[in-house]
Every structure is written in C-alpha cells, then in structure tokens.
Design a binder for this molecule. Structure first.
Ligand code: TYM
Length: 332
C-alpha cells in the first residue's frame, strides 16, 4: 500500500516556499495516494511559541492548506499533539537513533547557530519526532521541499535500524518526493538563503496573506544582478537571484525553467518583475480569498481538524500497539 505523510509547522507566515515546494505538490498528489497532512505543533515548540499565537497559527495554516485545494474528505488533516502516538514513537526512536546521526543534521546546526548550548533538547531530537510522524502511519512516500531531504534520510536509517535490531520487517523505507521547479525557493533578499518563516526581514518572503501591493513591492525590491535575464537553465546556475525569480515564475505558470528562460532570456529584470508580480498576484488571489473566508469560520476549521484527529488516532493505535509488542513492553 502507498501512503503519503507530510507535515508543516503551524508557526505563521505561511509563505510562497511552503506553497510551491510542498503544499501545491500535496494537492497534485492527493488523488493518487491515501494522504495524511499534519500540523506539527510538537515540532513548532522546539523553539519558543507564544501559546495564543500557536493556537491561532494552527487554524491559519490549516486554512491555508484547505484554501490551496486539499480535500478534507479524502485526506486526513490533523494536529500532531492530538495523536499521542507521535510522542510515544518519538521516544522509542530517541533510543534507536544515534547521537552521531543527529550531530550531522545541518538544520539543527543552522537553527541552533552559535547558541547550541542554549538550544532546546527538543530541537536536537527534532528529526526523531519527524521519523515518528511518518512511520507511525507506516507511510511510504513523503512529499517535501529540498530542505527536508536530510531528515528523510535519517528516517530511513531509523526504520532500517529498528527493523534490524528487532529482526522484523515492520517499518517501510520511505521515499522522499521532491519535485517541481521550486523545490528550494530562496529568499528575495539573498539568493543563497532559503525563503523562511523565521527570516527577520519580511521583504525576504512572499507570505500567503500578503496583499497584492505587498507582493508587487516585494518583487520589485527583490535582489537581482546587473545583467539581462539568462536564456538557459545552465546560465541560471551562476545567477542565484535570477534563477530563483525565474523558478518561481516557472512554478506559478506551470512551466519548466527552460521554457521561462526561452521566454524571458535577454529581457531586463524590471520588465520581468512586472510580469512575475502580475502572475503571482493572479495565482495567489483565489487562495487568499478562500483563506480569509476560512479564517472567519474557525468552527468549520476546528471541525475538520477534530475529524482528522480521530481518523489519525484510529490509524496510529494498532501501529503503536504492535511497536510496543516488538520492543517487549508488557501489555497486560
Ligand atoms: P516546514 O514547516 O518548515 O515547511 C513545510 C514544507 O514546506 C517546505 N518548504 C520549502 N520548500 C521550498 N522552498 C522553501 N523555501 C521552503 N520552505 C519550506 C518544506 O520542505 C516542507 O515540506 N520538519 C518539517 C515538518 C515536518 C514534516 C514531518 C515533513 C514534521 N514532520 C514529517 C514531512 C514529514 C518542517 O519544518 O517543515
């Protein structure tokens, strides 16, 4: 059986990187797989979250997923903290994964930065919880942006070690699904940094709740270089800012990067930016409108999540029970 699991942190500032790198792909995959999509609030609290904001952001990000086109009847959309199996399996994986494996995780190094001693233990163990999210449902495929690749490799290592240690063939070895022209959307201010929720500059990202004027302004101010636009995908390789903006255009227009280079190669950035802003505004407008509507109807959003939580708990319960038996926990 093929089953998809993917997750998103409910930390606000849902941005174009989340949409193009992940959510849009989820929408495209939802008819071909059984899917679970999770608001990973346990992951969110690995760095400080104001409690009220966490609650509001959980609803907002859920509204974003629904507005983007995820169908809540066919998919299970739910909240991580409301299925206790995530934390239970994560603990077991804390005892399977090795310190050396986690020490290699680049995301921890980036997020903890120079303040490693002051980072939460949860931030360090974050990838084990991520492995638990996926394997709790014995999911086989995980659609994510490029930045999650290393975490999925760790998930595979954990599944393999668990199966080997306990001499079982229980957890699947998951396949990452990283595809499309925008697997790594970069900051609008710096083509060598990814677009992220936590960047101090709001000009670095296009938020899903930005107005048309904000979007146009941010694209106009986006960093570029002095040359005309590159005319081939190879020529983009040396031009990170141009490659990023053209990749965003390609993703929004459902074209390949090569096609966009063919269309705009040799143009000036100012002309291209106008077209990109028009396209982004037009593509995001219907999603934004639906998102606003849903955010005004929290009872509906909560209802979807409640149903999702129940479905997820039903799927997780037998897996956790089986894992407990495999590990040797007495279930009297
Ligand atoms: P998060 O919340 O940071 O991001 C959600 C999804 O958006 C993708 N993404 C991007 N894609 C392209 N360009 C970008 N600039 C960009 N920024 C974010 C991410 O790759 C992700 O797919 N650890 C995960 C959440 C998670 C998870 C899981 C994912 C928890 N458990 C299990 C898959 C399976 C995270 O922090 O995503």
């Amino acid at each position: 059986m093929n089953r998809i699991f993917s997750g998103i942190q409910p930390t606000g500032n849902l941005h174009l990187g989340n949409y193009l790198g992940a959510i849009r792909n989820w929408v495209n995959l939802q008819d071909d797989y059984e899917c679970l999509f999770c608001l990973v609030d346990l992951h969110a609290i690995t760095v400080w979250q104001e409690p009220d904001e966490l609650t509001a952001n959980t609803r907002e990000v859920t509204a974003g997923l629904l507005a983007s086109g995820l169908n809540p009847n066919d998919n299970t959309i739910f909240i991580q903290s409301q299925v206790s199996g995530h934390a239970e399996l994560a603990w077991i994986f804390n005892c399977v994964a090795r310190m050396g494996w986690l020490n290699r995780m680049t995301q921890f190094k980036e997020k903890a930065g120079k303040h490693r001693e002051n980072a939460s233990v949860g931030l360090f163990a974050y990838p084990n919880l991520m492995a638990a999210d996926i394997l709790l449902y014995q999911a086989t495929h995980v659609p994510v942006g490029e930045d999650q690749k290393q975490h999925l490799e760790l998930t595979r290592d954990i599944a393999q070690k668990f199966n080997n240690d306990f001499k079982v063939d229980f957890f699947p070895i998951v396949e990452p699904l990283i595809f499309g022209p925008a697997t790594r959307v970069m900051s609008l201010r710096d083509g060598s940094n990814k677009m992220s929720k936590s960047d101090a500059s709001d000009y670095s990202r296009i938020n899903m709740v930005d107005t048309a004027d904000d979007i146009a302004l941010k694209i106009r101010k986006a960093k570029t270089d002095p040359e005309a636009l590159p005319d081939s995908a190879e020529a983009c390789a040396e031009r990170p800012e141009a490659a990023n903006l053209m990749g965003i255009y390609a993703a929004l227009a459902d074209q390949s990067l090569e096609e966009v280079c063919g269309q705009f190669g040799g143009s000036t950035f100012s002309d291209f930016k106008k077209d990109l802003a028009d396209l982004a505004i037009a593509k995001l407008a219907p999603i934004q409108e639906e998102m606003r509507r849903l955010m005004n109807d929290p009872a509906y959003v909560d209802g979807i999540l409640k149903t999702g939580n129940e479905k997820a708990n039903d799927l997780a319960a037998p897996v956790i029970r089986e894992v407990q038996k495999i590990v040797g926990f007495l279930i009297p």
